[in-house]
Design a protein. Structure first.
Length: 88
């Protein structure tokens, strides 16, 4: 009887990414997702989803932090609109 073992990839572990592969893309709205947003008079800032808060008021359940340290709560639909407008 043989025991099936997980495959080992090029870098010696079993995480399915080798040193030459990019990690899988983070889905829109997931923790760690990065986006760009334009603020009138201030320019474009990179933001990152840092927390998901189920049941937050107004559906703004994605807590986002910008590169300057500011924090804003956005909805998933707002993040989709930003993706269409500014890309990643």
């Amino acid at each position: 009887m043989s025991t099936k073992r997980p495959a080992v990839d090029d870098d010696g572990d079993n995480d399915d990414t080798s040193p030459n592969q990019s990690p899988p893309a983070i889905r829109i709205g997931a923790v760690g997702y990065e986006f760009r947003k334009h603020f009138k008079g201030h320019g474009v800032f990179v933001g990152r989803v840092v927390e998901i808060r189920p049941g937050a008021m107004g559906g703004k359940d994605r807590r986002c932090q910008y590169e300057d340290g500011d924090v804003e709560d956005l909805s998933l639909s707002q993040l989709h609109k930003l993706e269409k407008t500014h890309g990643r």
